[in-house]
Design a protein. Sequence first.
Length: 405
Amino acid sequence: MEPAAKRASSGATMALVALLFAGNALNYVDRQVVALLKPTLQATFHWNDGDFAHLGSAFQFAAASALVFVGWFIDRLGVRVAYGAAVTVWSLAGMAHALAANVQQFVTARVVLAIGETVSTPAGVKSATLYLTPERRNQALGIINTAPNIGAILTPLIIPPFAMAFGWKAAFFVTGGLGLVWLAAWWWGTRSLEPVTEVAERAPVNWRELLGARSSWVVIGAKFLTDGVWWFVLFWMPDFFNRVFGMSQARLGLPVAIIFSLAAAGALTAGGLFPRLRRNGHSVNAARKRSMLFFALVVLAMPMALLTHNVWLAALLIGLGLFAHQGFSTNIFGMSTDIVPAQRVASVIALGAVAGNLAGMGVIELAGWSLSSGFGYTPMFILCGGAYLLALGWIHLVMPRLEAD
């Protein structure tokens, strides 16, 4: 194993982390464009709040349906081929939004985008499991998990002004085209990678074992209970600042960027908190759960955003919620590599993402109904505040002591 350990610290492995970071960032750039251009697209296609919610839930449902097969797809083909193919699909679908002549074509492009983008997270976790030593894995996952936030920070600052200057169609062409640039870098940069474990990169999945393992249900349940918060913020926050604080499409980028800057800090904090607790003598079980408890308490600040009339304080409070979400989420991914065997970790992460996307679909539809019915954003913010304590309770109930099955 010594040669493998040396390979784990090579330039090729560092390039892998950089590519996974960039791929994950682009994934969320493409997802967020629709939310940021909602006023323009709503005027173009004549959507109401319910229609916009249905568009988001169609994306979530398509992603959830595809994720049932994504783990198998990655585990059978390997991360290099599977991830490259997925980015090709989602980049072309992103560009196809600009060619849509009606709502049906726009929704079709959105659904294909969702299917392609499902590969990103399971492929990232599988790559970390295969190519990084356990000592470096959690930190790398923390870095990679900041990528959606970087994408979500830059997109609201760049895309609305860009669309105002060059049109909404140009925004979709540019964001989709960036994925094809990434694809060339991925194919070249991963050519010399070799696994640091004895587990084969391509292996059949034993679904009976997977579905019978407590470790699988720990991950699936935790993702179901928490991912809806992320999807709610990603899809509805531009509208929240437009509706509640009267911010125009050109101005709402800054508060949204503040929110996702704090989310990035949460992922980085989680990447360092767990190893620090381990160095201080905590067991894996105690270090994971205490890290998660910290973030579950921080997220309780998020519902207080409804009580302020200051847009920047609201952005800070919602940002603390996403800080906590990303910290908790990074620990879920790290926990997965602790307790799930490497040969099925991509499949478990994919099933967790199925659960998370279905939860996201429910929250997005709830928001559309709540806004149309005059209840505003209150029900969703209350759900967000309690989700993480509930998830931690689930984890402890199913697996009182975190350990590999």
